[in-house]
Ligand binder design. Structure first.
Ligand SMILES: COc1ccc(-c2cc(=O)c3c(O)c(OC)c(OC)c(O)c3o2)cc1
Ligand SMILES: O=C(O)CCC(=O)C(=O)O
Ligand SMILES: [Fe+2]
Length: 334
């Protein structure tokens, strides 16, 4: 892979026809900051109502927020960060012991590819962590030696954090907590570990092409403070400045459907830095209702999306037939 040597030519398969990361970023003074939600205030009866309203408004208008005072065990976070960096620093032959197979999803390699067949300037490790019985340890790296344990502990923390967030989302939406939790309980949890190496011509490449996440909820942890994530709002890309220790949380397309369009799953992309690499740990929580992607009955008196089976949804979401700026769930709109 050409990533390691900054003096090498950028291979053509990474070069974007019309600009890469360097374009369409809003200028100084025009970019907006993501809403910041404080879990400590959500848990405090005195501040809960206002903070639930803030959480709800973030999910409705941005589809993204930063979460502070989240209560996730700091030692578990640190171990996950350290092991992720150690994994990406391994020689390619070690990383390739868990290489993604043709047509597969789990494993190490390049996972995202634009419709023009160009590669994103990133390497990724995807592993499914829940349900427990479906874990495929073939794709769980054995180096560094504590990595599997770190993933296991972090997986549990992320599920606990998801349930805490869903309870407050249910309160904002005016639905029974159990109805929303049931849509997520026992469903897939997928880890996406991403490394975006520096690139001496960042304007020619992109770390990850614009997309909206196809699962229910996404919890993103920045391992270092290099900027890169950009979120689309009102036709502009807004760079995210991660707060120290915060999680960046976003609504996936399935949560948009469950809420019958109240919460929004929005496009985002990753720009690459000329000098510094960037590493992120992303956890996707999947959801559905009895095998279907459809609005929660309590919110879907007038359903805005037609119900679709999970496997058909997954095929539609991952097929490369949609144009730029289109989402599969828009084809489900009535
Ligand atoms: C930087 O490398 C990567 C970033 C993101 C992804 C990724 C994002 C998704 O939203 C996504 C997805 O929605 C999806 O469908 C449910 C999926 O399953 C096929 C993904 O693998 C996926 O990956 C990957 C790499
Ligand atoms: O690494 C990032 O900042 C974003 C990754 C992302 O969008 C994803 O994993 O779906
Ligand atoms: Fe994403």
């Amino acid at each position: 892979m050409a990533f390691a040597d900054p003096h090498l030519q950028i291979p053509d398969r990474y070069i974007r026809a019309v600009g890469g990361s360097g374009v369409v970023v809003v200028g100084d003074g025009e970019s907006l900051e993501l809403p910041v939600v404080d879990m400590a205030r959500l848990l405090d009866p005195e501040h809960r109502e206002a903070e639930v309203a803030l959480l709800g408004s973030a999910c409705r208008s941005w589809g993204f927020f930063q979460l502070i005072n989240h209560g996730v065990d700091e030692a578990v976070i640190q171990k996950m960060k350290d092991n992720t960096v150690q994994f990406f620093e391994l020689p390619l032959e070690d990383k390739n012991t868990v290489a993604v197979r043709p047509g597969g999803i789990e494993g190490f390699g390049h996972h995202f590819r634009s419709s023009a067949g160009k590669l994103d300037w990133a390497e990724n490790l995807m592993v499914e962590t829940q349900p427990f019985q479906q874990r495929n340890l073939e794709f769980w790296p054995s180096k560094p030696p504590t990595f599997r344990d770190s993933i296991d502990k972090y997986a549990m923390e992320m599920w606990n954090l998801t349930t805490r967030l869903l309870r407050f989302m249910a309160s904002d939406l005016g639905v029974e907590q159990e109805t929303l939790l049931a849509a997520f309980r026992g469903k897939r949890q997928t880890f996406g570990l991403h490394r975006y190496p520096p690139c001496r011509h960042p304007e020619k490449v992109i770390g990850i092409s614009p997309h909206s996440d196809g699962f229910g909820l996404t919890l993103l942890l920045q391992v270092n403070d290099t900027l890169g994530l950009q979120v689309s709002k009102d036709g502009r890309w807004h760079p995210v400045r991660p707060l120290p220790g915060a999680f960046i949380v976003n609504v996936g397309e399935i949560l948009e459907v469950l809420t019958n369009g109240r919460y929004k799953s929005v496009f985002h992309r990753v720009a690459v830095d000329a000098e510094r690499g960037r590493v992120t740990v992303v956890v996707f929580q999947d959801a559905c209702i009895n095998g279907l992607v459809k609005p929660l009955p309590e919110l879907g008196e007038t359903p805005q999306y037609r119900a679709i089976g999970k496997s058909e949804y997954f095929k539609g979401h991952t097929a490369e037939v949609l144009g730029q700026g289109e989402r599969f769930i828009d084809t489900l709109k009535k």
